[in-house]
Design a protein around this ligand. Structure first.
Ligand code: RB5
Length: 151
């Protein structure tokens, strides 16, 4: 599995921590930036990580900003992306089991590393249940198609 990672300055440090954790778990990752705590704009990083996953160049993605809010909103503008902003393990578990979230968003100014790592693991280690949840996820895709046609 290849995980694409991207962050703004507010999520940079947490991205580095998560990279180390993925390496320890033997999970391959690709870092799309940013490369320091210098100020950058989160929409670009949400977009490029979303594109990486939507295009199939990565299996899943994790995005980071100060709160996780701005970068999750940005990533979710990419068709095919289901980016879940999670602040606890239960949300992350459900994001995989029920929402088939292909991106996870985390807030570097919200979560400590000790809080964030179990969230990452819960999202990675849980599997989409399908069934009624598949119908709902397909309905999300239908909204995308409807709105794309309306443009
Ligand atoms: C940057 O200061 C901050 O606004 C950003 O990291 C994020 O929290 C936005 O949602």
């Amino acid at each position: 599995m290849l995980i694409a990672l991207a962050a703004d300055h507010g999520g940079f440090i947490l991205k580095e921590t998560v990279k180390e954790h993925l390496t320890k778990r033997g999970i391959e990752w690709r870092d799309l930036g940013t490369k320091s705590e210098d100020s950058v704009d989160y929409p670009y990083y949400g977009k490029i990580c979303g594109e990486e996953v939507a295009a199939g160049r990565a299996d899943r993605g994790i995005v980071f900003c100060g709160t996780g809010v701005g970068i999750s909103i940005s990533a979710n503008k990419v068709p095919g992306v289901r980016c879940a902003l999670c602040t606890n393990v239960f949300m992350a578990e459900m994001a995989s089991r029920h929402n088939n979230a292909n991106l996870l968003a985390l807030g570097g100014r919200v979560l400590s590393p000790e809080q964030a790592i179990p969230i990452v693991d819960a999202w990675l280690d849980n599997v989409f249940e399908g069934g009624r949840h598949e119908r709902r996820v397909n309905a999300i895709s239908d909204i995308e198609k409807e709105k794309a046609g309306a443009r």
